[in-house]
Ligand binder design. Structure first.
Ligand code: FAD
Length: 479
């Protein structure tokens, strides 16, 4: 493809690392030479290690698909100023982000370049509907998921845009190499083997969706709770980086449900999970303090504990509760954890250990390939009981009950805690209840090959509830 000499439009990629259904790129493509740009925003919360690994590979894939991508790092306003000066671009376009930092940054950039005489246009980002498009009857934001999801369904699912032919402008000598962004781990390279687990990029995202629709969707409504079964899509990192858009997912899944009505129930459930993500973005847009403050301020009075030792045992998957430990080790080894187990490990940290949800959020931020400000912070607050539409504070997941219920044969625990693999099914989720002889036969030495529980379940549960009593005693009944 012949490259035009001049750049007309800078297309600034952010959380939309795809070519198809990319409204900003479609607009740019209609106006002449497009300079595709990605800027590692050093004014924002630093990305976690796992997320950086993903980004590296996703940028590599996008650059190859486009036939060029300018990579820069630093303050986006300054970087864009440099690029405008060098290329004489007359237009800048992007798809909107809904995080507080991104909104303020984009406002400033739009206003700067508009005053400088450039055309600046933004387009809907990677959501089904933008956060302000869904409103309650009185015109305010939703705080509860169920009516929000009904409102989304009533509004319908906008169709995705097709991929356009993009006329890429000359990108040489305008940016850094991908390696210079320094996104990959080196000493140690804890992501070794991840390339076999994941395929970051637009093509990988569509393949993951196709595989899920073909072999994971049947039974999703119920089986999505089973970490021992392959019935979830594992699309979350692809969706976070916008390699595939929710509109594309809705269109493809909806088409399948229309063609094969027997899939309608599972597709409906799957799309309701996609809508949870829109809900998290809706909440973050309307309540931008969710990442840093309890959404219910009454929870400011909860008597959190500080224990480096317990926090580390949780992070390393050494709590003595196999289902919790399996989840934390899955996270460490793959950058992902099944949703059911995320809820359990989060509840364990916040309720059994009474450690602040922000500690857990920060660990997830660093270790998840799908780390996402809206989903992560609203989910942590949901589990803690301090968030919007949250689980009630007295709902304390039992690691002893959740294991047998959602991993009945112990396959998930055996995969991630191999030192317990030889235990029989009836004690795999509670090795401390096994007899000496059973432990011996399975080669398990509690306190040596696998830890004793770091807290007693019943006592920890009671202490968590007592903590909420203290909140009530302060005259602030948790909502
Ligand atoms: P599927 O079941 O296949 O769902 C499809 C898609 O729907 C997901 O990819 C995701 O985009 C969306 N989705 C599913 N469940 C939720 C949910 N509860 N809230 C919002 N969106 C949802 N998700 C993230 O993407 N990033 C995070 O940083 C994140 N942190 C979390 C922290 C905690 C404590 C908890 C309990 C949940 C968190 N989640 C997060 C939500 C959820 O666990 C993941 O989206 C899901 O496990 C991803 O796996 P999947 O793609 O196989 O899910």
């Amino acid at each position: 493809m012949a490259k035009p000499m001049t750049t007309k439009t800078i297309c600034w990629f952010r959380q939309d690392l795809r070519i198809a259904d990319n409204p900003a790129l479609t607009h740019a493509s209609q106006s002449g030479g497009v300079l595709p740009v990605f800027i590692l925003d050093e004014t924002d919360r630093p990305l976690g290690g796992a997320s950086k690994w993903w980004l590296h590979h996703s940028l590599s894939s996008l650059s190859q698909s486009l036939g060029g991508l300018v990579l820069r790092r630093g303050n986006p306003l300054e970087e864009l100023k440099t690029l405008v000066e060098k290329t004489k671009a007359t237009q800048i376009v992007w798809n909107r982000c809904y995080e507080p930092h991104g909104i303020n940054r984009d406002k400033e950039i739009k206003s700067y370049f508009k005053s400088a005489g450039l055309e600046v246009m933004s387009f809907p980002g990677s959501v089904i509907h933008e956060p302000w498009e869904i409103q309650t009857g009185s015109g305010g934001p939703y705080k509860v998921y169920t009516p929000f999801s009904r409102a989304i369904q009533a509004k319908g699912f906008p169709p995705p845009l097709p991929a356009d032919t993009v006329k890429i402008a000359e990108t040489d000598d305008l940016g850094h190499t991908l390696e210079a962004l320094n996104l990959l781990p080196s000493h140690p390279n804890w992501a070794q083997g991840w390339a076999e687990l994941w395929s970051p990029g637009e093509a990988g995202a569509h393949t993951a969706l196709d595989i899920f629709l073909k072999s994971g969707l049947t039974g999703y409504g119920e089986l999505r709770n089973r970490p021992d079964l392959p019935n979830v899509s594992r699309l979350s990192p692809h969706i976070h980086y916008g390699e595939i858009s929710p509109r594309q997912i809705c269109a493809k899944s909806g088409f399948l449900a229309d063609k094969s009505p027997e899939h309608a129930h599972d597709v409906g459930k799957f799309l309701s999970e996609i809508a949870w993500r829109d809900f998290a973005n809706h909440l973050l847009f309307h309540f931008p303090e969710i990442p840093v403050r309890n959404w219910k301020p009454t929870f400011d009075h909860y008597p959190w504990r500080q224990s480096k030792e317990d926090l580390e045992a949780w992070q390393k998957g050494m709590t003595g509760y196999p289902m919790v430990d399996a989840g934390m080790r899955e996270l460490w080894h793959t950058g992902y954890m099944h949703n059911r187990v995320r809820m359990l490990v989060a509840s364990f940290l916040v309720k059994h250990l009474r450690i602040h949800w922000r500690e857990g959020e920060a660990w997830f931020w660093d270790t998840l390939v799908d780390a996402d400000l809206a989903n992560n912070t609203s989910s942590w607050q949901w589990v803690a009981g301090s968030g919007a539409d949250a689980a009630p504070y007295f709902r304390i997941f039992s690691p002893l009950g959740q294991g047998p219920k959602f991993d009945p044969k112990g396959h998930y625990v055996r995969q991630w805690c191999p030192e317990l693999a030889k235990l029989p099914d009836n004690v795999i989720h509670a090795p401390f209840e096994a007899s000496e002889i059973i432990l011996k036969n399975a080669g398990v030495k509690l306190g040596e090959t696998y830890p004793f529980p770091i807290v007693d379940h019943k006592k920890a549960r009671q202490a968590a509830l007592d903590g909420y009593e203290a909140v009530k005693a302060a005259g602030l009944t948790p909502e």
